[in-house]
Design a protein around this ligand. Structure first.
Ligand code: G3P
Length: 223
């Protein structure tokens, strides 16, 4: 599964990119607004740090406006994936942008029917929002299972499931068990994924025992 980080904060992105485990970035108007910075400047900085797809969302709601905004965003960097909402206008813009060779992430997906239409529109990615479904007592991961089942019935579908609106590490694990291609994760949750108290405890014990040997492993080369 590919790990994308769900933020427009460049320092968080730099920090995670340094691990070599970051496959892409997703932003949305709310995440960009949170930075208080110029949208295109932020996108340029992100695209200079991450080689993988960087989602940048249009704010027009009509197909023509989405297409015009999408063309502008696609020119920022070659790895921009234009984000459009899952509406009829968004699907129309998706098809036109895909025909022009632009990556498209169809977002705000909340049903299998919507995901089927996104695939029919040739979306590069579809973003089902699992956390927001859970928030209203629906089952976000059940949607991911449904989309996976439907997409697997049609080998010609190349749209990748990009699990979004992730609230905790279990969402990431469940997404991987289902076989979603991508999970976009807020930085703090991505960092939680690596943490386990028994790892910390075990490492401390190893180091304490090693210290008692009064040995040191020689180091070679620069970091
Ligand atoms: O990429 C979509 C994601 O940012 C939405 O997450 O937490 O606002 O539901 P959230």
């Amino acid at each position: 599964m590919k790990f994308f980080v769900d933020t427009a904060d460049i320092e968080s992105i730099r920090d995670l990119a340094a691990t070599g485990l970051l496959d892409g970035v997703t932003t949305n108007p709310s995440l960009v607004a949170k930075t208080g910075r110029d949208f295109v400047t932020v996108l340029r900085e992100i695209c200079a740090v991450v080689d993988g797809p960087v989602s940048a969302e249009v704010t027009a709601t009509d197909a023509a406006g989405m297409l015009q905004e999408g063309r502008h965003l696609a020119e920022v960097a070659r790895n921009i994936a234009v984000k459009v909402p899952l509406t009829w206008d968004g699907l129309k813009a998706c098809r036109a942008l895909r025909q022009a060779g632009t990556m498209v992430n169809v977002t705000l997906c909340f049903s299998a029917g919507q995901a089927l239409l996104a695939a029919r529109a040739g979306a590069t990615f579809v973003s089902p929002f699992v956390g927001r479904l859970d928030d209203v007592s629906e089952d976000g991961m059940a949607l991911i299972r449904d989309i996976r089942t439907i997409y697997q019935n049609y080998p010609t579908i190349e749209t990748e499931i990009l699990v979004a609106s992730v609230r905790h590490p279990r969402h990431v694990i469940e997404a991987a068990k289902i076989g979603a291609e991508v999970c976009t994760v807020p930085p703090d949750i991505l960092k939680k994924l690596v943490q386990h108290p028994l790892t910390d405890k075990g490492l401390a014990a190893f180091l304490a025992d090693w210290k008692a040997t009064s040995q040191a492993i020689p180091r070679k080369g620069s970091a």
